[in-house]
Design a protein around this ligand. Structure first.
Ligand code: PEP
Ligand code: MN
Length: 344
């Protein structure tokens, strides 16, 4: 349920409603808009109905929320959420560009990529130090050494670091090195891990699971939000379909649909979405055209030699072209002041 307060309701009136709800054991989430305040209520709706909320003078109406996700929903929080990483704000209008190799392989490699993607306009550097590989015999990542190399790359370029946290045991170590905790597709429904990152205030990049519905994905975001961490960025990275020519099927439906359902920023990963570098730029353009708040893209100085995901990695040169093309699309949308139908 949400309680919509009348325009001009005072802080005392808002608190009075909130206290009444809390006294009944209900969870309360206050979202103060420019004109109206919305109080999101978590708990059984029957309990809300037992209270005289609707007849309170400062209350405009009480509206049921049918979605199972609450804190992640637009109904609870109508304004877009902005997530600040260093001095960059995700969701502010300019597309966020995150780029780097699938895996950190050496100090030289990560520095070369960091300097290259920065020159092309990237806002953040990605790189896996702990890798969720399908085979236990494949390269598993450099672990803490990889995080040290990422930190060195940040030192040299100023780019904030995005890296995947695979398990709770390494979470506190990850927090010492990275700026954004990535939750990988395979861990999207690892609820203890989601709760643990929810207990930090670190920005979380939550990838959509390989076969997760949009609702399941938003329920995973709900786990993080419900522990008190509001800094969630959603990432569409392709889902499993019957199509095998491409690695996954990039579900661009998710961009406007999830922006309509939720206030959280949504970015697109065209690299895992399509799985072949030849098609990555086209899908990056498409993601931005669909209204995504940004992109995360795999870039390697020599993709043929990459320890992981070389087939889908752009060279530094092709990444530079991609950024230019994507920016043209973003500017065209901005110039025409396109309102994305899904946003409101
Ligand atoms: C990655 O970003 O390298 C990765 C493993 O992504 P995903 O979890 O989306 O497969
Ligand atoms: Mn990868």
């Amino acid at each position: 349920m949400i309680v919509v307060m009348k325009e001009g309701a005072t802080q005392e009136e808002i608190q009075e409603v909130a206290e009444l709800l809390k006294a009944k054991g209900l969870g309360v989430h206050i979202s103060q808009g420019e004109e109206k305040t919305i109080i999101g209520v978590i708990g059984q709706k029957e309990r809300v109905r037992e209270l005289p909320v609707e007849s309170m003078p400062a209350v405009e109406k009480v509206v049921p929320v049918s979605n199972p996700f609450k804190l992640a929903s637009r109904a609870f929080h109508p304004q877009d959420t902005l997530v600040t990483v260093g001095n960059h704000v995700v969701g502010s209008g300019e597309p966020t560009i995150i780029a780097g190799p699938c895996s950190v392989e050496s100090l030289e490699q990560i520095i070369e990529v960091a300097e290259g993607v920065k020159r092309s306009g990237a806002h953040m550097l990605r790189g896996g130090a702990f890798k969720p590989r399908s085979s236990p015999y494949s390269f598993q990542g450099l672990g803490e050494t990889g995080l040290q190399y990422l930190a060195e790359a940040r030192e040299r370029t100023g780019l904030p670091i995005v890296s995947e946290v695979m398990e709770i045991d390494t979470l506190s170590m990850m927090c010492e090195y990275v700026d954004v905790l990535q939750i990988g597709a395979r861990n999207m429904q690892n609820y203890p891990l989601l709760r643990a990152v929810g207990k930090t205030q670190m920005p979380v990049l939550l990838k959509r699971g390989l076969a997760a519905t949009m609702e399941e994905w938003l329920m995973s975001a709900e786990y993080v939000l419900s522990e008190g961490n509001p800094n969630v960025i959603l990432c569409e990275r392709g889902i499993r379909t019957f199509e095998t020519y491409t690695r996954n099927t990039l579900d661009l439906n998710a961009v406007p649909v999830v922006q309509n359902l939720s206030h959280l920023p949504v970015i697109v990963d065209p690299s895992h979405g399509v799985g072949k570098w030849q098609f990555v730029t086209a899908m990056a353009r498409a993601g931005i055209a669909a209204g995504a708040n940004g992109l995360i893209v795999e870039v390697h100085p020599n993709p043929k030699e990459a320890f992981s995901d070389g087939d889908q990695s752009l060279t530094l040169e092709s990444f530079d072209t991609m950024v230019k093309e994507v920016n043209r699309i973003a500017q065209a949308l901005g110039a025409q002041e396109v309102e994305f139908a899904g946003r409101h």
